[in-house]
Design a protein around this ligand. Structure first.
Ligand code: BYC
Ligand code: FE
Ligand code: FE
Length: 420
């Protein structure tokens, strides 16, 4: 079997030679029924039996990973697909810079690596849980198919992390894999690990904002994990990233269509004031200030996903070569960051000030800055649509201090507002 072939002989399509790896195959086959029952409890019943036209990855080859066919979702061929191994790949960052990438888990980093994989894995089913009722109110068949496409792919991303846990982390890896199906979004007793994945996605505009902003965090985090010195994690993430483009496309075009409907209706009825909210709503479209509010919510929740601005966790992950920066290879520095600094905004004496901190500790902040740049592109495109229609309104990303629950702005904002 070549690396690009998918083996359909076993229950789980894969390009990792599962049929020769009895132990992991057994663990995965044991995990599979729990996964299917999680899926069945989740997606509204009427859609379990429907034939849905879905893309199924049958190969990681750039030409071969988009095969479309009709399938019932519980019978979707979730599988385990790793991007091809790059020969002689080296660790791209941190104190092991330039050493050969690890094919096995380095003992001293076992816990850190496992935590990272567990957090990544936990977000995937969380998002599907959040979106579970949207099929019932889909604006169109097109939207419904996009929803289910995103859902099955997030399901497969969970498989990807579960595979790593079961293959490389022994008994506790298997336990962590089981726990993925125990925690659930919004649960009191066992919530999902990161804040944004316990929020509701109650309507389609929220879904579009979520896929635009939160899947984009997914992209940034996967890009960083694709830099990992632990090669199997890198290869898994490299393949997962290929699917994020569509998720973000669903978000950007979904928000775009929502805005388009609003400005067309406003123009058709001669409404020029975007703040004439009731009049706009009477037309059956969503007023622009409300769209801005949804944007504020999902953007700020997504910023929280980058963790603390200054973080020793992040410094350790980078320094040990577990997680790199966005586009690590293209950055022109020593990739160790020992003496470097980075600017971070913080609060001093009730004022927001920029402060230089050791670059190693600011890894989260740097990724978040890259994210903000990436996320502003679509906002510009939405604004061009609004301007073209002659409506005076601009969408914007709120300040990074707005509505934060993690990081320096989460605690201090109240004092800041009272005293400023
Ligand atoms: N909510 O030192 P810090 C995706 C915790 S999305 C709750 O800053 P670190 C997807 C933190 O765990 C991508 N808790 O931590 C998108 C820590 O707790 P402990 C998911 C939070 O490690 C759409 C403590 O606060 N992947 O794929 O530097 C659909 C101190 O924080 C939050 C990843 O995130 C929060 N928002 O940074 C489907 C990649 N933030 O350990 C899927 C893996 C922080 O002290 N994760 N905390 O108890 C990481 O790289 C990092 O763990 C984080 C946090 C960036 C998340
Ligand atoms: Fe994902
Ligand atoms: Fe995604």
């Amino acid at each position: 079997m070549t690396i690009l072939d998918v083996n359909y002989d076993t229950l789980i399509p894969n390009n990792v030679g599962l049929s020769q790896d009895r132990k992991v195959l057994k663990a995965l086959e044991k995990w599979h029924p729990g996964y299917i029952s999680w899926w069945n409890d989740l997606i509204p019943k009427e859609f379990q039996e429907s034939m849905v036209y879905l893309r199924t990855a049958v190969s990681v080859d750039p030409k071969g990973w988009t095969k479309f066919d009709y399938v019932k979702m519980p019978e979707y061929r979730w599988g385990i697909l790793l991007a091809p191994q790059k020969e002689e790949r080296t660790i791209p960052c941190g104190e092991h810079f330039g050493e050969p990438a690890w094919q096995e888990v380095p003992g001293e980093y076992r816990n850190m690596l496992k935590r990272m994989i567990v957090i990544q894995g936990d977000t995937e089913p969380g998002s599907v849980e959040q979106q579970r009722f949207l099929g019932l109110t889909a604006p169109s068949l097109y939207d419904m198919r996009n929803l289910f496409q995103v859902n099955v792919e997030e399901g497969r991303h969970l498989w990807a992390m579960v595979y790593l846990l079961q293959k490389y982390f022994g008994k506790d890896g298997r336990e962590e894999a089981d726990d993925m199906l125990v925690r659930s979004s919004g649960s009191e007793e066992a919530p999902r690990m990161l804040g944004a994945f316990n929020e509701e996605t109650p309507d389609w505009l929220s879904f579009f904002m979520f896929t635009y902003f939160t899947d984009r965090d997914g992209k940034m985090q996967l890009e960083s994990l694709a830099q990992s010195g632990f090669d199997p994690l890198s290869r898994t993430c490299r393949f997962m990233i290929t699917e994020e483009a569509h998720h973000m496309f669903v978000g950007e075009t979904g928000v775009g269509r929502t805005i388009q409907a609003t400005i067309e209706a406003m123009n058709a009825h001669g409404i020029t004031d975007p703040y004439d909210i009731n009049k706009v709503r009477d037309l059956g479209v969503i007023d622009l200030p409300t769209i801005q509010k949804k944007l504020n919510l999902h953007y700020s929740l997504s910023l929280d996903l980058f963790g603390q601005e200054v973080s020793t966790n992040a410094a350790n992950a980078f320094n040990s070569g577990i997680k790199g920066r966005f586009m690590e290879q293209r950055i022109d520095d020593d990739h160790r960051l020992a003496g470097d600094t980075y600017m971070v905004r913080t609060i001093k004496d009730n004022k927001v000030v920029a402060e230089e901190v050791p670059a190693l500790t600011a890894i989260n902040m740097r990724l978040r800055d890259d994210y903000v740049r990436d996320a502003s592109g679509g906002v510009g495109r939405w604004n061009r649509m609004i301007a073209k229609a002659g409506v005076e309104f601009e969408m914007r990303l709120p300040d990074e201090a707005f509505h934060r629950q993690i990081g320096v702005f989460s605690e201090s904002m109240q004092t800041l507002m009272v005293t400023s």
